[in-house]
Ligand binder design. Structure first.
Ligand SMILES: NC(=O)c1ccc[n+]([C@@H]2O[C@H](COP(=O)([O-])OP(=O)(O)OC[C@H]3O[C@@H](n4cnc5c(N)ncnc54)[C@H](OP(=O)(O)O)[C@@H]3O)[C@@H](O)[C@H]2O)c1
Length: 285
């Protein structure tokens, strides 16, 4: 069997196309959405991500005020910028680029951020909102995966989704999201991790397997049942080389699989902008 590919590009395009008129309406009402970005240090990959996000923000019609703190910036320096963005009337959403240098406590900076401006949806208040089904920014990669499955008409409602990994940016919020009572969710979700050494027993019984680990090639064909849908969320970088969790031979067993490149990544970025625009809509209202 050769699996059908589930690219993220068309999903991202659909999300961004939906945002276009909403941004225009905000601008017409005198409220141009603003996405503030904070970069601490000289990590070249992080600088590249921020540049790409700022260019995309400009192309979409958002303002993108940016603060670049030096590699030796203190926690107090970062908190001061976070507080400035919290108070800024023209900033609706804020991104603190991760990873930060070792002297910085990223979680403490996130706690300082106004939850309503938390574009990544990772603030504890937003994780609580997600758990309770309350409106608020949803973590971008989980939201992107739900949209990807819906766009490619892979139903999860009433089906068994096994998530490999319970990390706070991906596996755990994804489990909360896909178990919500909504047509594109409503799944029977199982989360497996290092505490479940026989996790392949679970993935082999899944309708959809989502890899959210960060261990290259951890998911292999022998862990799958023929025809299953496989979504690769976890990746590790060695230099510029992207190493996905999903071994490419999984495509010989799966019915559908995200491509090695251009799968979950583009949907994550689209959801970042959806969170920013929704934050602006809430503030404008
Ligand atoms: N594509 C994107 O845009 C995007 C966005 C965000 C994250 N990611 C990627 O998604 C991955 C997960 O991110 P995260 O922040 O949630 O990571 P994390 O906090 O490091 O969580 C990783 C999870 O994988 C589990 N795990 C590790 N080794 C395992 C093994 N051998 N067997 C079974 N489970 C294992 C860990 O289990 P324990 O809890 O038991 O330790 C943990 O729950 C990373 O690769 C990250 O780069 C991608």
């Amino acid at each position: 069997m050769t699996a059908r590919l589930l690219p993220g590009g068309p999903v991202a395009e659909a999300v961004l196309a939906d945002l276009g008129p909403r941004i225009e309406a905000l601008v017409a009402a005198g409220h141009r959405p603003g996405l503030g970005t904070i970069l601490v240090g000289d990590d070249s990959a992080s600088a590249g991500y921020i540049r790409m996000k700022m260019e995309k923000a400009t192309a979409l019609g958002l303002t993108s005020p940016h603060v670049h703190l030096p590699q030796d910036a203190t926690q107090a320096d970062l908190l001061a910028v976070v507080r400035e963005f919290n108070a800024a009337g023209d900033v609706d959403a804020v991104l603190i680029q991760h990873p930060t240098p070792p002297q910085i406590d990223f979680d403490a900076a996130l706690l300082e951020l106004d939850p309503d401006k938390d574009v990544d949806g990772l603030h504890p208040v937003n994780m609580g909102r997600l758990a309770l089904g309350m409106p608020g920014p949803v973590p971008c990669t989980p939201a992107g995966i739900e949209a990807l499955l819906a766009h490619h008409e892979i139903p999860v409602s009433g089906r068994h989704v096994v998530i490999l990994g319970r990390g706070t940016t991906l596996g755990r919020p994804l489990a909360l999201l896909l178990s919500q009572k909504r047509p594109t969710a409503n799944a029977a979700v199982t989360v497996v991790h290092t505490g479940v050494p026989d996790w392949p027993e679970y993935t082999r019984r899944a309708d959809v397997v989502i890899a959210a680990v960060g261990v290259p090639g951890i998911l292999r064909p022998e862990h799958l049942t023929p025809g299953v849908t496989v979504v690769g969320g976890g990746v590790r970088y060695e230099g510029k080389r992207l190493l996905p969790d999903v071994d490419e031979s999984c495509a010989e067993v799966a019915g559908a699989v995200t491509p090695r490149l251009g799968g979950v990544g583009p949907t994550t970025i689209a959801m970042l902008f959806r969170n920013a625009v929704e934050a602006a809509e809430r503030r404008a209202a």
